[in-house]
Design a protein around this ligand. Sequence first.
Ligand code: HEM
Ligand code: HEM
Length: 185
Amino acid sequence: MEHREKYPLIQIRLHWIVFLLVICTYAAVWLAKYGLHNYPSLAHPIWLLHYFLGAMVFLFTCVRFVVQKLLQKHIPYIDPPIPLWQYILSTTLKIVLVVIYWVIPLAGYLYRCKSGFSLDLYFRTFHARCDVDPTAGQFWHTIHVSCAYTALGLIAIHAGFAIWNHRVRKNNMLRRMMPPCHKCG
Ligand code: HEM
Ligand code: HEM
């Protein structure tokens, strides 16, 4: 690892883009399912937004994974360093976050496909190409929803750990992931 103050800009951008996409994906599904359930014609485009944003989360998580691997050696040190066990746990959590944001959209897609529904992503509609199997559809629905709510808990732990390091330990963990501030000198 070389000494630098922040993550490479591309990694910072990808991290916060995925964060925004994830927030909007949850907001869309809650709006469609709970806010607009009495207005099907309004809820429909919001459901499509949920599928589209969910697919973007999958895509950007793939891009970010590749970029992360390519730029591994440019990741800055945490200063002052954190104990090894915390480093191992927080790194494991980051890996789980990547995997879970692959599993959630894939399970959402398989739920739709196995239930015989098409998947409209605005630019293209994917018609069910798998064998329709309502039991398998129900299985993927359970995976989709339970992983989506588990992931919210994992994000809270991940963000809480970063904020705790920033506020209590006063190390550079969070600053490394913040966009550069030109006015800060
Ligand atoms: C990271 C991406 C995604 C997240 C975080 C996410 C999150 C969620 C959550 C939290 C729910 C449950 C709402 C509730 O019942 O309280 C849900 C439902 C649903 N999601 Fe996703 N989703 C994602 C991607 C997708 C994708 C790509 C698809 C479609 C291909 C999809 C299709 C669905 C469907 C059809 C439901 C409704 C299930 C039902 O009617 O009970 N989701 N999603
Ligand atoms: C959708 C929500 C989030 C996901 C999926 C996520 C995922 C990740 C991943 C995979 C990394 C490893 C570096 C990379 O590949 O970019 C990371 C690093 C980091 N994230 Fe998040 N993150 C999320 C939200 C947040 C939030 C809300 C905060 C802060 C309040 C935060 C703070 C950080 C920090 C400080 C690092 C660098 C930590 C280190 O190097 O030890 N993240 N995040």
